[in-house]
Design a protein around this ligand. Sequence first.
Ligand code: GLN
Length: 191
Amino acid sequence: MKIGVLGLQGAVREHIKHIEKAGHEGITIKHVEQLDEIDGLVLPGGESTTMRRLMDLYGFTEALRNSSLPMYGTCAGLILLAKEVVGQESHLNKLDVVVERNSFGRQVDSFEQDLDVKGIEEAVNAVFIRAPHIQSAHEGVEVLSKVEDRIVAVRQNQYLGISFHPELTEDYKIMAYFIEEIVKQYQTEQV
Ligand code: GLN
């Protein structure tokens, strides 16, 4: 399959490597026309305010709001996918969750932890960097993982959102899950 990574800002190359490790073709997406060539899109971590501006500027906001392409957002990417972001406007409105930015507090700015994620057999190595968390998930959203009582991974139909950065580790299980479970299921349903 061909999986794109939105290449405007953030951890792009790392995701491309994970797509390749999972046995698929990774494409850096810089123009909206390229969206027609791919089976799924990764929205990487980075800085969500910067990413929003660039997405508006290059036409991605409108194109992706109107698209049903499977999408997987990590960290800043999760913020972009959420229907509600505490204290600011939402962007792509795909995941019916409320997200709070930078919400693990200053004293635990960044941390690493092995996590159980529903649908994935072994523990996932997760790196959190000024991570958002999901305050609440509405009906139709499946909670895949939590850190203490905070939701850090969700799926709703063809959309996957996680608070952390698997692409900064060697662990590509979440990428494989996105492609093998979510994108494939979506394609089966389209036939
Ligand atoms: N704190 C960033 C934001 O709110 C997200 C952090 C990240 O993607 N590592 O956009």
